[in-house]
Design a protein around this ligand. Structure first.
Ligand SMILES: [Zn+2]
Length: 120
């Protein structure tokens, strides 16, 4: 069985799902932490989520956010591509939709990164 990080090294998003609990689990695990049932891997074709919170790093001139996607919470970079989206993120209101555009490994494979863009 391939390590889930191998998928991230190829830029492919993977999570695990427990059929008994009907829950997505992050980070991916072999057995459900709730019922110990063997989990299955899911490769979502599209990952659209809700931006829950956002923080700005002046050091990196980058926005970071907590995103609820597939009922799991991920922390990632919110890529600002337009002035309109910059406005949306600085006056963040609940319900801003973002889409996962890139994921992968950095720091010699020690860290997973996620990039989201605002779609609505
Ligand atoms: Zn379970």
């Amino acid at each position: 069985m391939e390590n889930f990080l191998d998928y991230f090294s190829k830029g492919k998003f993977v999570l695990t799902y427990c059929k008994l609990c009907k829950k997505n689990i992050w980070p991916p695990v072999k057995n459900c932490p709730n019922c110990l049932n063997t989990t299955m891997r899911k490769f979502p074709k599209q990952s659209i989520g809700t931006l829950l919170d956002v923080s700005y790093s002046s050091k990196d001139d980058t926005f970071f956010g907590v995103v609820d996607v597939h009922n799991i919470k991920l922390i990632g970079t919110i890529v600002i591509d337009t002035e309109e989206n910059k406005e949306k993120i600085t006056n963040l209101q609940y319900g801003v939709k973002v889409k996962l555009t890139h994921c992968g490994l950095i720091n010699n494979g020690y860290e997973i990164f996620f990039h989201f863009v605002i779609i609505q």
